[in-house]
Design a protein around this ligand. Structure first.
Ligand code: TA6
Length: 302
């Protein structure tokens, strides 16, 4: 029996959960319930689609996303762990950590009493991961699919010394037209403007988009909303265990340079990332577990 057959036999749930092979030989969970549909690649425990019934797709995936073992997927909810951005000291290590391109195992899949479907994944540690991150730890990613999408990243320090943890749910969200949306909920927050030479600025009012935007908002409040007049909806994002919110759109030149956004791909997406980044990284004591959660709900406003 191959890996796909084993997954279907062990975790499949009739009419709600099955497993399939993606391009590049990656395996994915395919979810379809009365509330929503979703798919999650086992590599990176990476949510690659989510759409609530009677709503437009919520999670954006590039039409030119590449699927290959050990390669990051453009779109969805990449798990950035155990650091965010460039590695602090070693340029050989991948930006945003190794978790999103490493294999994860599915530990559990169940229908909750309220009908939501929850899958729990754990990163498979290896010599390769330990070479980059020698801290004794486990990390689990739980995805709950209902009328909203909930993702929880739980890190446990299984060692005897504290370590610093940087992380993000690097979530790509579908918007009708980036030029027409704004993001409420970050007013008054300080942010690091990565397009402006990492200058520190303060947000005044909603966040609008007229150019490449790459900001790490600090000491954020755990709730923001993407207001999207083109799709006549808002996306409400609430989070716990996160002190940073990253907002990113590559705009025209950066998207072309990255090469996997597709023609005008930048127009239909925005990243709003639930994170612990910059000075908001977490110091995790031996035996402690840190949980970071994000909930995404599509609200019709038309
Ligand atoms: O979260 C924003 C960011 O750090 C940008 O600076 C850009 O690098 C983006 O992540 C995408 O990174 P990736 O490694 O997925 O191409």
């Amino acid at each position: 029996m191959n890996a796909l057959e084993k997954l279907n036999r062990r975790f499949g749930i009739a009419d709600q959960l099955g497993f399939e092979e993606l391009p590049g030989g990656l395996l994915a969970a395919r979810i379809d319930t009365a509330f929503a549909s979703a798919s999650i690649a086992l590599q990176g425990a990476h949510v690659i689609s989510y759409q609530a019934k009677c709503h437009a797709p919520l999670i954006w995936l590039s039409p030119q996303a590449k699927f290959a073992p050990g390669k990051s997927i453009r779109g969805g909810v990449p798990v950035c762990w155990p650091w965010f951005g460039a590695h602090a000291t070693d340029a050989r290590f991948p930006g945003h950590g190794f978790a999103r391109t490493a294999p994860w195992q599915l530990l559990d899949a169940r229908v909750l009493p309220d009908g939501r479907l929850r899958l729990e994944f754990e990163l498979i540690q290896s010599d390769a991961t330990r070479a980059q991150w020698p801290c004794a730890s486990t990390v689990r990613n739980s995805v709950t699919v209902g009328q909203e999408l909930e993702v929880e990243l739980a890190t446990t320090n299984t060692g005897s010394t504290s370590f610093q943890l940087g992380q993000a749910l690097h979530t790509y969200l579908v918007v009708g037209d980036i030029r027409r949306i704004d993001i409420a909920g970050l007013d008054g927050c300080e942010f690091i403007d990565k397009v402006g030479g990492a200058a520190r600025r303060w947000q005044q009012g909603p966040v609008g988009f007229t150019q490449e935007t790459d900001r790490i908002y600090l000491a954020t409040r755990g709730c923001c909303a993407i207001r999207d007049p083109a799709l006549e909806r808002s996306i409400l994002i609430t989070s716990t265990g996160s002190r940073s919110t990253v907002v990113w759109n590559p705009w025209i030149e950066k998207a072309e340079k990255l090469g996997d956004f597709g023609p005008d791909g930048y127009l239909g997406m925005v990243c709003v990332e639930t994170a612990n980044a910059a000075e908001d990284v977490i110091t995790l004591a031996p035996g402690a577990t840190h949980r970071m959660t994000a909930q995404y709900r599509s609200l019709t406003t038309g």
